[in-house]
Design a protein around this ligand. Structure first.
Ligand code: GLA
Length: 390
């Protein structure tokens, strides 16, 4: 007789062949409803988003998980089964089938608390029941947001808070595992209690490292800088500085949009778009779908890059890639163009190596620390240096 684990692994492998593996080999990529819709979402919005991912080329570029954030939940029935809000989501299974039928994956949102941030029912006390329901609907990805659970933490000391959070997330991780379906568990606890130290042990694949992003340059930069100070995650797991705001609010200037995506790919962050896909400009679409830039994010080394210098105007970020290459980002944080060099800090990495500028496709020829680059206001130059450093 085969051990249970072997049978389960074989079943999971068969399921993966049928629907495509749910567990990503690089940081997860997709689209989430929150940043554009907030909690005012309906079935039709999600179907349109799924269609637009395909028609825009976003899905082909890798954005293949459609995630419904807060706002979908209705009430529990007499048996405790969580129902979708019938006025917004009349048939969740049919919606999941629609998404899967387009070759996309389906993500949903819940909370370890009794209530979500938007005041809708969370999963507290119903973890196993909800996990089974999510699996039956065909959920491939669950964003699990601390929210209502926070009230239990008040007045507890830090060690106790941490133990309570670990327990709360482990309850859902274990419940999802017990369903036999591969579901990516995305922890959303804003970096609290050094979540990166314990999230993987609860079954988490990604974990938020920061406070909520908002659609402006300062918030985007704050989250990137916070995330880069956090230790590298174990292989197959990723720190999450929150979803993309590209195309939203004040983040619609192409230079700022390029900067946002560049920082996220340097950080090996999940790329979860959050813009209105039906109103996306051609520039935003081209930025979000730049294959060379996305390839840095999805690099199999999965080691995030870091900020290596910042002279007050220009930041230099560095990321080592699996093929021995190096990604270097020169970020102009000022609101006027600036002329700069990579500087001596990178002499060993850069000397005499050729590079390509990934946002323009331009080959640079052999680089030295004195090679000059002009970076427009609040824009970025992203270089990919091939081959090992000398
Ligand atoms: C929190 C999360 C957000 C979003 C909202 C939904 O603020 O951090 O990403 O999910 O809750 O209410």
């Amino acid at each position: 007789m085969q051990p249970r684990g072997t049978i389960r692994a074989a079943l999971l492998a068969m399921a993966a062949l049928a629907t495509g593996p749910a567990r990503a080999s690089g940081p997860p990529m997709g689209w989430n409803s929150w940043n554009h819709y907030g909690d005012k979402i309906r079935d039709a919005d999600i179907r349109h988003a799924a269609d637009a991912l395909l028609s825009s080329g976003m899905a082909a570029a890798g954005y293949r998980t459609v995630i419904i954030d807060d706002g979908w939940q209705g009430q529990r029935d007499a048996q405790g089964n969580l129902q979708p809000d019938p006025s917004r989501f009349p048939d969740m299974k049919a919606l999941a089938d629609y998404i899967h039928g387009r070759g996309l994956r389906f993500g949903l949102y819940s909370s370890p608390g009794a209530r979500t941030c938007a005041g809708r029912p969370g999963s507290e006390g119903h973890e196993a029941q909800d996990a089974r329901r999510f699996a039956a609907w065909g959920v491939d990805y669950l964003k699990y947001d601390l929210c209502g659970f926070r009230r239990h933490l008040a007045g507890q000391d830090l060690d106790r808070q941490r133990a309570m959070m670990i327990d709360a997330y482990r309850r859902m991780g274990t419940a999802l595992d017990a369903t036999g379906r591969t579901v990516i568990l995305a922890l959303c606890s804003y970096g609290w209690s050094r979540v990166w130290e314990w999230a993987a042990s609860t079954g988490g694949t990604i974990w938020r490292t920061t406070t909520d992003i908002t659609p402006d340059y300062a918030a985007m930069m704050f989250n990137a800088l916070s995330d880069q100070a956090i230790p590298d995650p174990p292989p197959g797991h990723w720190n999450d500085p929150d979803m993309l705001e590209i195309g939203n609010g004040d983040l619609t200037a192409p230079g700022a949009e390029r900067t946002h995506l560049t920082l996220w790919v340097m950080l090996a962050a999940p790329l979860i778009a959050g813009n209105d896909l039906s109103a996306m400009t051609p520039e935003t679409r081209a930025i979000l779908t730049n294959r060379d830039v996305i390839a840095i994010d999805q690099d199999v080394s999965s080691h995030p890059g870091h900020l290596v210098s910042w002279n007050g105007a220009v930041q230099i970020w560095l990321r080592h890639l699996a093929d021995g290459g190096t990604a270097i980002a020169l970020v102009n944080t000022l609101d006027h163009a600036i002329d700069t060099t990579p500087g001596t800090a990178l002499r060993a990495t850069m000397t005499e190596r050729s590079a390509r500028e990934l946002w323009t496709g331009r080959e640079t020829g052999p680089l030295t620390p004195h090679t000059r680059f002009t970076i427009p206001a609040r824009d970025v130059i992203l270089l990919r240096l091939e081959g090992p450093s000398r």
